[in-house]
Write a protein that binds this ligand. Structure first.
Ligand SMILES: [Zn+2]
Ligand SMILES: [Zn+2]
Ligand SMILES: [Zn+2]
Length: 259
């Protein structure tokens, strides 16, 4: 089936501690360029009146208010690290305003961690107060169809852990990774746009760098790329001036149309 036109909104482009980083007075953390303010990493994929959220960061409430999000139709999780998960309870107002549960998709490992972090959401015990109404759906390597668009889980290495990126239509979102297996590279051919982890310039055991992600863009021959999960080592304007024109840094609030 042909993929619908998409809008991707960058809700957060920062690394796990965000930028500015608490207590840091470096030039990027003190920058007045709004693109140097980075909440924790997440995107919203919008098409045909549906909104699919990738990850619920600790900043999710702020991100939802800032982007004027009024409905969430499904959530996909990349992995269960705190910077991708801890805003889960803030799905509550979205479940007040809809019929039925919001489906959440995660690998068995990630779903188990979600249940450990938020046992009260899933224990089935009648509550005196509200909890988000969520329906758990496990994903393996198979594509998931959501409202006429297929989301393909793409296995990527985040240090020693395998987590998921997602391809949808001619777009892909690959946050936290240090390596992309060859079989996954094959799933990423012919992209219009790819989002890639590019934490900083210096190597890191669980994250990609600007150089490594530039090589990934080149290998995949993606038409355009946006780097994300960025720490305070990169000043937006300066870092972009060193990149080729088809590779940009994502920033919070950035909206991209995918034909
Ligand atoms: Zn992360
Ligand atoms: Zn700093
Ligand atoms: Zn992570």
């Amino acid at each position: 089936m042909p993929a619908p036109a998409l809008k991707i909104t960058v809700l957060g482009s920062g690394t796990s501690v965000g930028v500015p980083t608490v207590g840091c007075h470096c030039s990027v953390c003190s920058s007045t360029d709004p693109r140097d303010n980075r909440l924790r990493p997440s995107i919203l994929v919008s098409y045909q009146d549906h909104n699919v959220l990738i990850d619920t960061t600790p900043d999710f409430r702020t991100q939802a208010l800032r982007a004027h999000i009024e409905r969430i139709d499904a959530v996909l999780f990349t992995h269960a690290h705190a910077d991708h998960l801890m805003g889960l309870d803030d799905l509550r107002p979205f479940s007040f305003r809809r019929q039925g549960q919001i489906p959440i998709y995660a690998s068995p490992d990630t779903m188990a961690a979600i249940q450990r972090c938020f046992p009260y959401i899933f224990d089935g015990v009648q509550k005196e107060s509200s909890v988000p109404q969520l329906e758990r759906r496990l994903i393996d390597g198979a594509a998931v169809e959501l409202f006429g668009l297929e989301f393909l889980p793409v296995p990527i290495m985040h240090g020693r852990q395998t987590i998921y990126g997602f391809r949808f239509g001619s777009a892909a979102y690959l946050t936290d990774h240090s390596d992309i297996p060859e079989a996954s590279m094959e799933q990423l051919r012919g992209l219009d746009v790819i989002f890639l982890d590019a934490l900083r310039y210096k190597p890191h055991p669980t994250h990609s760098t600007v150089d490594t992600s530039m090589k990934t863009v080149e290998k995949l021959a993606a038409r355009r790329a946006f780097f994300t999960h960025i720490c305070h080592d990169l000043a937006h304007e300066r870092a972009e001036s060193l990149l080729p024109p088809h590779i940009r840094l994502a920033y919070d609030g950035l909206e991209i149309q995918v034909p």
